[in-house]
Design a protein around this ligand. Structure first.
Ligand SMILES: O=C(O)CCC(=O)C(=O)O
Ligand SMILES: [Fe+2]
Length: 346
């Protein structure tokens, strides 16, 4: 049997060809230095403005949000109300889980045709270039859809921490969806209503072991997220995420107690293309491992979503048809190497 990513990482092996991208097919791994292209937005000012906060302060924050989402599709959030203690604890339980012996992690293994559970890349074609990471994917909302048998029992505070963290992320999402609507002069619930009360949230724990060829192997290849909105807890000090801005890859700086937010395809549809779902990727690192936890927020797959009416007019015709269960469309396209948003374009 061939060696696992972790074994190759520990032995410092040259990764096999399935992991190597053809030279320049995804652009070089070089990136621009982390510029201040991704603003830091204080959502405390938007959700419960302190008395000292003027209307101008609030409008400034909303304008930063609107402009970031219209141009780069990504920003960092502070004032999110999640304590440093809880942010560190979430990282800590993730780290402890990935440090468990393989047999222990395999208890939560992803079944062949499923997305939930622990494992490395799902192989769907021979031509596929494999990502250098392990993932643990768990549905956290709707709560009655949780598959608790896949939630690690070790470390023993994993489940409680994820439960607490996910409900905080839900609050952050609600603040952001309302702020995004306000920033476009829409009724506050214009997006939230489309997500519905059965909106889905998946947590994905990403573990990137060190790799001997960071010049040719990606942690995650370039992609856009199928979600509506993705909220990411980055590693406290190891960078890796890069976003494509004007055909240049730009590093997203690691800010220990901020959350990274990037827009997903479904919000690009709902905003009629005004907000951008950015292409992004994760690079590997020669010596350091990296851990991140992403929360993908999606509308209820049973509901049809589409551009908010007032964002469609003669100057801005409807760009995408209304869709249901975009996750399935996105997955099918991924298997065929197609860009999912292109297939729903009018
Ligand atoms: O690890 C990261 O920084 C981002 C991971 C990512 O893009 C994803 O899981 O979709
Ligand atoms: Fe992503």
């Amino acid at each position: 049997m061939s060696k696992s990513i972790q074994e190759m990482s520990i032995d410092g092996d040259e990764p096999p060809s399935q992991y190597m991208v053809l030279k320049d097919s995804f652009g070089s791994v070089d990136s621009s230095p982390a510029e201040s292209l991704f603003p830091i937005i204080d959502i405390g000012v938007l959700s419960s403005p302190p008395a000292s906060c003027s209307k101008t302060d609030i409008d400034n924050e909303l304008e930063k949000l609107r402009s970031a989402l219209s141009f780069v599709g990504c920003f960092q959030v502070i004032g999110h109300g999640i304590s440093n203690l809880l942010l560190d604890k979430m990282r800590d339980v993730a780290k402890k889980f990935f440090a468990l012996p393989i047999e222990e992690k395999e208890k939560y293994a992803r079944a062949v045709n499923e997305s939930e559970g622990y494992g490395s890349d799902r192989i769907v074609s021979e031509k596929q270039v494999l990502d250098w990471l392990y993932r643990l994917t768990l549905k956290v909302f709707p709560e009655d859809k949780r598959r608790l048998n896949l939630w690690p029992r070790d470390p023993n505070d994993f489940r409680g921490t994820l439960d607490e963290f996910a409900s905080k992320i839900k609050t952050v999402n609600n603040i952001l969806f309302k702020a995004m609507a306000r920033s476009l002069d829409l009724e506050e619930n214009s997006f939230l209503n489309q997500f519905g009360d059965q909106a889905m949230m998946q947590a994905r724990f990403n573990f990137y072991p060190p790799c001997s060829r960071p010049d040719l192997v990606f942690g995650v290849k370039p992609h856009t997220d199928r979600s509506g909105l993705t909220v990411l807890l980055q590693d406290g000090d190891v960078e890796g995420l890069q976003i494509l801005v004007d055909s240049k890859w730009v590093r997203v700086p690691a800010i220990p107690y901020a959350l990274v937010v990037n827009l997903g395809d479904q919000m690009q549809i709902m905003t009629n293309g005004i907000f951008k779902s950015p292409m992004h990727r994760v690079i590997t690192n020669l010596e350091k491992m990296r851990i991140s936890v992403a929360f993908f927020n999606e509308p209820d797959p049973e509901r049809e979503i589409g551009a908010v009416d007032s964002l469609v007019d003669e100057h801005r015709p409807r760009l995408y048809r209304n869709v249901k269960n975009y996750g399935a469309i996105n997955y099918e396209c991924y298997q065929k190497g197609m860009v999912a948003l292109d297939t729903v374009r009018i």
